[in-house]
Write a protein that binds this ligand. Structure first.
Ligand code: COA
Ligand code: AMP
Length: 634
């Protein structure tokens, strides 16, 4: 008889060693762990110390060795190039082993870093798994980030090799990845020895003879590499995410805990079985892509889908349904923004009616708040459960979800459901007192965090402690605020820092402000996230100019928009800014962003008692009205 949700959850938090130890047995270890959890050095908890394993072996070779070599491991579906390719576990293992051989031949060893800056092509996942095979640490940088962001990551993790591609394809345009890479290497203080470039037919890149080699060239005459046994606690990857400053945080994930936790989530959270097709329509540059395109489906023996396209426009809002139907997808995982895009173009679901969904069971949404309208629309159109779940780059897998493989509870719109086993979630006030049901506060998770969550920040143990573990001793500070209802359902309402969420992409307003202030005419700036029907939120800039500036305001706005696109990247979707005389501040000089956000969104607001000069709020409102914001106000 299967256990109830509360029994499983209780066991996971009361006896985590037994809980995770039993799950760990399902994977392959060259030698078993000494203990399941080392809690001798909090907050640096370590899972399965002493265990020796290889994540790539568990994701690929294990299935081949167990007789599943001819089953499909990876489907690459690229409407932007008109390509569909399928790879069996054996074929994919061989490609990964060969590319690992190519990296090894260039001196890449256990612990070395490799940056991967690629579009959504199978070679991106091959490169990730090849690093895992060698025990090298990959750091995938999302293609929508521009050269400066890539350079910051190069300087932070100092990669021996960078793997990239000649181009990507976005909205029918060719994106010159190689140009962006070359500029990043020029900007970075640290210079990688070798760049391996996958040449795509759509545009071939010019290679630098001293530094670059093509993907093909790199593999000529190379012997495939075997899996290198690594410690469970050796890092598998670094994934940079926005912090409160311009300097991104390199989240470090281990090998052992990560593979154990991810495999378990496939059964428990997503309720999929080995052999079924799991599709995360995200990008390998994000945590969702790491966990649920590259690793979890393969660790569980499922087929994963690498999708190079958009929910709309490649070529139409029926693309998702074609893929689900054509590849027999059982579970789709994407961000609500993708469904808002589809709903906008096909509100009646006419494209949906054209396809057969016989295998499709569940839609999972994450990355941003799932608005009830979108969830209800998806339920009505697809006739399957639509499950919102909450997680973060730091955790690598869901903190709250309606676990479909344990004891699914009713859906409550606006809630990401209950804490996933492994996480002891609480809502507290600043004094760390637990708040009653329904009351908003800081969401924290009792330590230790379960396996697969962040180990530390790359070269930043102190930053790790200060950012996450200091304000609420004994707890992980999620920086999300919300409440828990009387049934244990968690409602994620907002961030408590200056992170905004644009189309499911996490951005730091501080980083955008830093770019705005680079403009010679700008004295001061503020960036807030304003509501957007499609992307959930989009950034809006406020600029205070230096005295005596005579550049036309529209030129300044055009320039700062270009700055952000050039330096942070198109992913910031920074397209709007207004010039104001002053920024509203408290008497101690703190910018009143929350009030500005309310004004911009046309929501009711009260004049904060600490404001320096209330008249500024009217000026802000007038400036916003000139660009169509701040329409209603109290
Ligand atoms: N390489 C280069 N540029 C990229 C890129 C990549 N990998 N990904 C996005 N960009 C560019 C886009 O082309 C766009 O450029 P533009 O300003 O020239 O139009 C810009 O970055 C913003 O991208 P995005 O916010 O994704 O907007 P979009 O208009 O391209 O697509 C959605 C909007 C909603 C369709 C898209 O964001 C989406 O499918 N989101 C859901 C899935 C997802 O990725 N979730 C995130 C993690 S779960
Ligand atoms: P990222 O690290 O990019 O995955 O972004 C994590 C942040 O996205 C979280 O801290 C939340 O603010 C937000 N988020 C993710 N999933 C959800 C969700 N289901 N509901 C509300 N917010 C979410």
């Amino acid at each position: 008889m299967s256990l109830s949700y509360s029994a499983v959850h209780r066991q996971s938090v009361e006896n985590p060693e037994q809980f995770w130890g039993e799950i760990g047995e399902k994977l392959h270890w060259y030698s078993k762990w000494d203990k399941v959890l080392d809690d001798s050095n909090p907050p640096f908890y370590r899972w399965f110390p002493g265990g020796v394993t290889n994540t790539c072996y568990n994701a690929l070779d294990r299935h081949v060795d167990e007789g599943r070599g001819n089953d499909i491991a990876v489907i690459y579906d690229s409407p932007v190039t008109g390509t569909i390719e399928k790879y069996t576990f054996r074929e994919f293992r061989d490609k990964v082993a060969l590319f690992a051989g190519a990296l090894k031949a260039r001196g890449v060893r256990k612990g070395d870093r490799v940056i991967i800056y690629m579009p959504m092509i199978p070679q991106a996942v091959i490169a990730m798994l090849a690093c895992a095979r060698l025990g090298a640490i990959h750091s995938v940088v999302f293609g929508g980030f521009a050269s400066h962001e890539l350079a910051v990551r190069i300087d932070d993790c100092k990669p021996k090799v960078i793997v990239s591609a000649s181009c990507g394809i976005e909205h029918g345009k060719i994106i010159d990845y190689k140009r962006l890479l070359d500029f990043a290497v020029e900007l970075a203080h640290f210079k990688p020895e070798i760049c391996i470039i996958y040449q795509r037919e759509q545009m071939k890149a010019q290679l630098d003879e001293d530094r670059d080699m093509s993907w093909k060239q790199a593999q000529l005459g190379i012997a495939p590499a075997q899996c290198v046994p690594v410690e469970s606690t050796d890092p598998l990857y670094i994934l940079y995410t926005s912090g409160t400053t311009g300097q991104p945080k390199g989240i470090v994930r281990d090998n052992g805990g990560h593979m154990v936790a991810l495999k378990w989530t496939m059964e428990s959270v997503y309720n999929v079985k080995p052999g079924e097709v799991f599709w995360a329509a995200s990008d390998v540059g994000w945590v969702v892509g790491h966990s649920y395109i590259a690793y979890a489906p393969l660790l569980h023996g499922c087929t994963t889908v690498i999708f190079e396209g958009k929910p709309v426009g490649t070529p139409d809002p029926g693309t998702f349904w074609r893929i689900i139907s054509e590849h027999d997808v059982s579970v789709l995982f994407t961000a609500p923004t993708a469904f808002r895009a589809i709903k906008k173009e096909d509100p009646e679901g006419k494209y949906i009616a054209r396809y057969n969904f016989s295998k499709f069971r569940t839609l999972f949404l994450a990355g941003e708040r799932a608005d009830p309208d979108t969830v209800k629309w998806a339920e009505k159109q697809l006739q399957v459960p639509v499950i919102d779940h909450w997680w973060q780059t730091e955790t690598g897998w869901a903190i709250a979800a309606n676990c479909q493989g344990i004891e699914p509870g009713p859906v409550k719109y606006g809630s990401a459901s209950r804490a996933v086993p492994g996480y002891d979630v609480k809502v507290v006030n600043a004094e760390l007192e637990e708040l009653p049901a329904g009351q908003m506060g800081d969401i924290v998770v009792k330590l230790p965090l379960p396996p697969g969550t962040m180990m530390t920040i790359w070269k930043g143990d102190n930053r790790f402690k200060e950012n996450y573990m200091t304000n609420f001793p004994g707890y992980y500070q999620t920086s999300d605020a919300g409440y828990i209802d009387e049934d244990g359902y968690i409602y994620i309402m907002s961030r408590t820092d200056d992170i905004i969420n644009v189309a499911g992409h996490r951005l730091s307003t501080g980083a955008i402000e830093a770019e705005l202030c680079e403009h010679p005419d700008v004295a001061e700036s503020a960036v807030i996230g304003v509501a957007d029907d499609l992307k959930g939120e989009i950034p809006m800039g406020f600029l205070v100019l230096k005295n005596g500036v005579d550049t036309p305001p529209e030129m300044i706005i055009k320039h700062v928009i270009e700055y952000v696109r050039e330096n942070i990247g198109p992913v910031a979707s920074f397209k709007q800014a207004v010039i104001v005389n002053r920024l509203p501040k408290t008497r101690s000089g703190k910018i009143l962003r929350a009030t500005m956000r309310k004004i911009a969104n046309g929501e009711e607001y009260t004049v904060p008692p600490t404001i320096d000069d209330p008249a500024i709020l009217d000026e802000i409102s007038e400036a916003l009205q000139t660009i169509g914001y701040a329409k209603k106000r109290s």
